[in-house]
Design a protein around this ligand. Structure first.
Ligand code: PHE
Length: 501
């Protein structure tokens, strides 16, 4: 019998009396484990070996687990300090024990909760009592950490607990073993020779005509392969590109504009009064150098100022509040990408635009929000607008329905809203696939004359700002925005998630 080199090597290293781990056989046959696995599968298909699989669990210490292995678990340090302070005799002050134990930050909470849970003592109104019978040297969790570190097994309940405490990480791996079959033994006895196999057709094989005589290696497409981790696009970038494809398909073209812009373009052109709460210095990221834009179009400034002071049209009512050019010239990171919309509608970006027009952008906006599960200090806004005669809210809703349906979101909900620059206005909500919660995914409306008139637009414009991260949460089921973007994102999520639409 003739077999490819790797198969011969595996066959010779395999045993008929005991199943041997593939890794061991591979080492003996001097093959890479993945080559050996491929060869073993081929031999199994020939009936020369049998393969068996089992899942083994292994656990490794996390960085925190390792730290506690070196400096002892916080609750044990707390217990020892409590004993030191005589808390087995009479209650000691908690603050003092914490200090003696050298604990600070998060370690304090960790120490206190585990101290009580494990019965090392209790804490009442800031006083610590320690149980003199407890034995910190026999702590099962500390023992398990040490056992794992030494490569030994540990009790699975204790491991569960350590996993909950994030002190260990458990992984499951499949190990395969192989054993010679009777046919395999017979084949070896009759003699197995190495067949020259070719893995790739080369120009030489073709020109010499040798390809006719050689034996080609068969590929086992089901065999395990080594994990190859190449660079890939971030999931948020993938999502942004999908959105771009969808909007371009709907006839939109992309806008560009500055990330740092004058408040004039970010707010004044949007009929946002200068004393609007969102314009105070807590909410925005102002620039100090340079602090002002060099130039603004004079005519436009005059018209915008007039709209703010007196309103627009015969019945116009302005804000009757101060309007200051220096305030309008101040530079900041844009709090929304609607600044680009203002630049385009005014003619500043691309000259005057005639209806119909459709524009979009997917760019970052910055807000000094409080970080939580649905807010970051920066996010990608999917800005868009349509300029045409006679637009209505139905056009706006229909556009959203068409857009979100491309991502499988068909249960949009709309809620009336207020923006100084749109009337009517509404917010959009989508249902989270995991939690069932309605989450806000965008804000929209039809620009009011107080905005459009000074910009020189005399037809209708409907517009929106949608959050790319929120769309990604609905698409992937991520429950926390920090799981898709930023420093806390899980590497496996970035490696494995495919953003489809
Ligand atoms: N600028 C709004 C926001 O950031 C979005 C929006 C844009 C709303 C255009 C209406 C019209 O929430």
């Amino acid at each position: 019998m003739r077999l490819p080199h790797a198969q011969v090597a595996i066959l010779e290293a395999a045993d008929a009396n005991e199943a041997r781990r593939i890794e061991a056989v591979a080492a003996e046959a001097d093959l890479k484990p993945e080559t050996a696995t491929g060869a073993a599968f081929a031999l199994e298909a020939e009936g020369l070996v049998t393969l068996s699989e089992e899942t083994v669990e292994s656990a490794e210490l996390t960085e925190e687990g390792r730290q506690y292995l070196d400096e002892e678990l916080p609750e044990l340090r707390f217990y020892r300090a409590a004993i030191e302070a005589g808390a087995d005799d009479s209650p000691a002050q908690m603050g003092q024990v914490i200090g003696e134990a050298g604990l600070d930050g998060e370690a304090v909470d960790i120490a206190l909760s585990n101290f009580a849970r494990k019965g090392y003592g209790h804490i009442d109104s800031g006083e610590v009592t320690a149980d003199s019978d407890a034995d910190p040297d026999a702590d099962p969790e500390a023992a398990a950490l040490a056992a794992l570190d030494a490569g030994n097994a540990a009790d699975s309940d204790v491991l569960d607990r350590l996993e909950q405490r994030n002190l260990i990480e458990r992984t499951e791996t499949t190990v395969r073993s192989l054993r010679l079959t009777d046919d395999g033994v017979t084949a070896l006895m009759e003699g197995v020779a190495v067949a020259e196999t070719v893995g790739q057709v080369t120009p030489e094989l073709l020109t010499a005509g040798e390809w006719r005589d050689v034996e080609f290696a068969e590929y086992n497409v089901e065999a395990d392969a080594e994990d190859v981790r190449t660079g890939k696009k971030h999931v948020l970038r993938q999502q942004a590109e999908n959105v771009t494809d969808v909007l371009v398909g709907m006839g939109f073209q992309e806008m560009q504009g500055p990330t740092v812009d004058a408040d004039f373009w970010i707010n004044d052109c949007l009929f946002m009064p200068q004393d609007h709460p969102a314009r105070n210095h807590w909410d925005r990221f102002a620039l100090s150098r340079p602090s002002q834009i060099d130039e603004l179009p004079e005519d436009l400034v005059e018209r915008v100022e007039a709209a703010h002071r007196e309103g627009v049209g015969p019945d116009g009512e302005g804000y009757h509040s101060p309007w200051d050019l220096d305030f309008a010239k101040a530079l900041a990171l844009r709090g929304h990408t609607t600044s680009m919309t203002a630049r385009h509608l005014s003619g500043e970006a691309m000259g005057d635009l005639e209806p119909p027009q459709r524009f979009f952008s997917i760019e970052k906006a910055y807000r000094n929000d409080t970080l939580d599960a649905t807010h970051l200090l920066e996010f990608f806004q999917i800005e868009g607008w349509v300029m045409a005669e006679d637009l209505s809210v139905r056009d706006l809703m229909g556009t959203f329905e068409e857009f979100y349906a491309q991502f499988g979101i068909t249960d949009l909900q709309f809620k009336p809203h207020y923006n100084p620059y749109t009337e009517p206005s509404f917010e959009l909500f989508g249902r989270h696939p995991e939690t069932g919660e309605l989450i806000e995914i965008g804000n929209s409306g039809i620009f009011r004359p107080e905005m459009l008139d000074p910009l020189g637009v005399d037809c209708d414009v409907m517009a929106w700002g949608l959050a790319l991260e929120r769309l990604l949460m609905l698409v992937t089921g991520a429950e926390d925005i920090r799981d898709v973007h930023g420093t806390l994102v899980d590497l496996d999520f970035l490696r494995n998630e495919e953003v489809l639409y």
